[in-house]
Ligand binder design. Structure first.
Ligand SMILES: *Cc1c(COP(=O)(O)O)cnc(C)c1O
Length: 357
């Protein structure tokens, strides 16, 4: 029996997508081979990469002068690829709003002057610094943000208005809400949160910014090379890209990003309203910055938290344990989490609260 899976990543995928993949697993597109067995140079596979790119362009409204590429190494490899492709002047700004943002900044420091211009660790990353009041570095090559903080459950409610191109790690929210791609120089996202199985990372980059990677940039990390080769410079993560395409087809059928954003906001509101009105549960993020994808909450007692996670699991609500940096619980309610899953969680939370007064 399938459970409701609230894992932060890898995370739940639409059931109908899994079924479709299962159905065609042994014979992909009439080739008599599995998609995991065919050459990435095969015509049948080419349509997968091209299709995933086209759907990304359509669903996010990516302008033609932006590259859309699928690469390996996870978002963490992009922490290095960002400076290696963009840091010509040797300095860049970072806003540190969580653990991944901090890692990106630390990686940036390996390649140049990575200036931390904002940091919300003073209040355990429960807010996003006011982007209008930050001291942006003159001549910075880019400003890096993590648009949604997966572990702490916060997100930007407005974007920095900076002269330098904005680079955003959108791993845990890409395709969850409408964005204006041209507000960004580069967007990247590990797929295993809201898009596909682990193994593929999507990069959307303004072509004019990526023409001259640093001399030391490994070929594989050169976005320009990946773009020129249609993400087929070497063997791509073929199965993950295939799954991404199926997920995006499904998203399109559901009405696209605008439609799923409404559902996501509705799910998040149900859960936050319940938490805010309960006596037992608490979410510590400033309401303005609350993520609609990752919702951490605590009871205030570690013992009770552990009991919650264990009993929820028995009730078919799994992977609710919070990240070790935060403790408590975290419900990741990505695109693929149905409204009924969130309602089932709330019903369980109610029952648990009554039983543990
Ligand atoms: C999960 C996550 C990462 C790390 O992704 P990997 O693919 O494991 O490298 C980076 N940034 C954010 C915002 C994430 O949620």
């Amino acid at each position: 029996m399938r459970v409701y899976n609230f894992a932060a990543g890898p995370s739940t995928l639409p059931e109908c997508v899994l079924e479709k993949a299962q159905k065609e697993f042994l014979d992909f597109a009439g080739t008599g081979m599995s998609v995991t067995e065919i050459s990435h140079r095969d015509k049948a596979y080419e349509s997968v990469v091209k299709g995933a790119e086209a759907l990304t362009r359509e669903l996010l409204g990516v302008p033609d002068d932006y590259a859309v590429i699928f690469v390996q190494g996870g978002a963490s490899t992009q922490f290095a690829a960002v400076p290696l492709n963009l840091m010509h002047g040797g300095k860049a700004d970072y806003i540190v709003t969580g653990n991944f943002a901090k890692k990106a900044w630390q990686e940036g420091k390996l390649y140049g002057e990575a200036v931390k211009i904002g940091d919300s660790s003073d209040k355990v990353y429960t807010y996003i610094p006011d982007v209008d009041k930050l001291d942006y570095t003159d001549g910075a090559d880019y400003v890096h943000i993590t648009s949604n903080n997966t572990i702490f459950g916060s997100r930007y409610s407005k974007l920095p208005k900076c002269k330098a191109p904005l680079v955003a790690d959108m791993s845990s929210e890409i395709f969850s809400r409408e964005i204006n791609v041209s507000d960004f120089g580069v967007i990247y996202a590990g797929a295993q949160k809201n898009l596909a199985p682990a193994g593929v990372t999507i990069v959307i980059a303004k072509r004019s910014l990526i023409q001259e990677p640093l001399a030391i940039c490994p070929t594989m990390l050169r976005w320009k090379v990946q773009d020129e080769n249609g993400s087929l410079y070497n063997t791509p993560p073929a199965f993950s890209i295939y799954m991404a395409k199926l997920v995006l087809e499904n998203l399109k059928e559901k009405g696209g990003v605008k439609a799923i954003q409404q559902v996501n906001e509705y799910k998040a509101k149900l859960l936050y309203d319940f938490i805010d009105n309960s006596k037992l549960y608490k979410n510590n993020i400033l309401p303005e910055f609350r993520s609609i994808m990752n919702v951490p909450f605590v009871t205030g007692s570690e013992e009770l938290d552990a009991k919650f996670v264990a009993e929820a699991k028995k009730a078919g609500l799994v992977s609710l344990k919070g990240h070790r940096l935060v403790g408590g619980m975290r419900a990741s309610i990505y695109n693929a989490m149905p409204v009924d899953g969130v309602k089932a969680l709330i019903e369980f939370m109610k029952k648990f609260e009554t039983e543990n007064k």
